[in-house]
Structure formats: structure tokens, C-alpha cells
Ligand binder design. Structure first.
Ligand SMILES: Cc1cc2nc3c(=O)[nH]c(=O)nc-3n(C[C@H](O)[C@H](O)[C@H](O)COP(=O)(O)O)c2cc1C
Length: 207
């Protein structure tokens, strides 16, 4: 271990009460190793983006809270539902609020793990999310896209319960934390749970 506590900020593009996106974030929060803390930020009170208010003096209180949470975080986990072949407006709106000044915002250089959730698609929503995050010169965690298709079969009582999906999601988090190490030039992290997931534990890989 590097001795560092990794601070991850979870953003869900779905704000409905029994959201699968929120369930994935809560599962991550519970399952991360002892060196990691996950804070899941509720985007419900974030108002529609208004450039007139996008300045130090006029930011609405929920936007200030979001900005502070982003500044405090080492990395983001952004999960969007696919809505009409795209990303969620709620999440896009939140990203817009923290995206100025262009190319020099608080998202610059920030590692971001992106995940999408959908009934049967998902990749189109994720592609839109990638395009938006790339425009902020953040660092999208490398690897295959993580798409949670048919979430009702993988999530039970508000937690990811399907074993392979859980491993794929947590491996995504491992990659994200490795990115933090690279960006912050930390010594390579050694984590027993992450090493076990890399081996796959004899389970089908699928990721
Ligand atoms: C307005 C709306 C549009 C949707 N569009 C798509 C879609 O284009 N493709 C798809 O696979 N699922 C689509 N879905 C299904 C959602 O992606 C799915 O229900 C997802 O679980 C919602 O996220 P949540 O459970 O976190 O609220 C749509 C759902 C809604 C409500």
C-alpha cells in the first residue's frame, strides 16, 4: 500500500429512488478496499446550467457543493443510464457546471471511470459520455467499456449481486485507482483484493 487514502466521487446520471446506477455506486462504496473512500454525490438539487451564474460570485449553493466535492476527489466514477440512445441530461448538466474555464477546469487531468446502464443498449450513452469528458481534458480510465445491460438481472435489493458483473465493475475501480497513482506519481499500489480480481478467481472473464 502507498499509505494514501484514495478519494473517489460517484456521480449518478439517474436520480430516481431505486436507480440501478445508484445501486452500482453504493455497491462500489461498500466493496472498495480499506485504502479507498467513496462519496456518492446526489445530483438532484443541481439546477439547469446557466452561463450567467457560472462564476465564483454567482454559483448556486448545490453547484458550489459539487465543485468542492470534485476538488476534494482524486477521481470520479460517472454512471449514466442510456436515455434515448444518449447519456443522461442530469449528468451532462452536472459536468457542464464544473467544466469552465474550458481545458483548464477542475476536471483537467482528473481520472474518470465511466459506466453505463441500459435495458439492451448502453454503448451509445457511454460514447456520448466519453465525448463530453474528453472535451474537459480529464483522463478516462482505459480498458473495455463497462456496460450493465439488463440491470434487473444483476442488481438485487439495491446492490450488484451477479458475481461476474461485480468483478467487472470492481476491476474498473482498480484501473481507476491505478490511474490516480500514475497521475499523482505514486508508487505502484499493491492490493490483495485487486490482485485476486486480476487473476479472475477461475470465473469466466467476460471483461
Ligand atoms: C426516458 C428513457 C429512455 C430510455 N432509453 C433507453 C435506450 O435508448 N436504450 C436502452 O437500452 N435503454 C433505455 N432506457 C432504459 C434505461 O436505460 C434503464 O431503465 C436504466 O436502468 C435506467 O437507469 P436507472 O435504473 O439508474 O434509473 C430508457 C429509459 C428511460 C426512462
Amino acid at each position: 500500500m502507498s499509505g494514501k487514502t484514495f478519494k473517489l466521487l460517484g456521480l449518478s446520471g439517474s436520480i430516481r429512488r431505486v436507480s440501478h446506477c445508484k445501486a452500482i455506486l453504493e455497491t462500489i462504496r461498500e466493496k472498495v478496499s480499506a485504502d479507498t473512500v467513496v462519496k456518492n454525490f446526489d445530483l438532484t438539487p443541481i439546477p439547469n446550467y446557466n452561463q450567467d451564474l457560472d462564476n465564483e460570485k454567482d454559483w448556486p449553493a448545490p453547484v458550489r457543493a459539487l465543485r468542492e466535492a470534485v476538488i476534494e476527489a482524486d477521481a470520479l466514477i460517472a454512471i449514466t443510464p442510456e436515455y434515448n440512445h444518449g447519456m443522461s441530461g442530469v449528468l451532462k448538466n452536472a459536468i457542464d457546471w464544473v467544466s469552465r474555464p474550458g481545458y483548464e477546469s477542475i476536471l483537467k487531468g482528473m481520472p474518470v471511470l465511466t459506466i453505463s446502464v441500459s435495458n439492451r443498449g448502453g454503448i451509445r450513452g457511454q460514447n456520448q459520455m466519453h465525448a463530453t469528458f474528453l472535451s474537459t481534458v480529464c483522463r478516462i480510465a482505459p480498458g473495455r467499456e463497462i456496460v450493465v445491460i439488463e440491470p434487473g438481472n444483476k442488481i438485487t435489493n439495491g446492490r450488484v449481486t451477479e458475481e461476474n458483473m461485480l468483478r467487472v465493475v470492481m476491476r474498473g475501480v482498480d484501473v481507476l485507482i491505478d490511474e490516480v497513482g500514475l497521475v499523482q506519481r505514486l508508487p505502484q499500489r499493491v492490493d490483495a483484493a485487486a490482485e485476486e480480481r486480476k487473476k479472475g478467481g477461475g470465473k469466466p472473464k467476460g471483461d
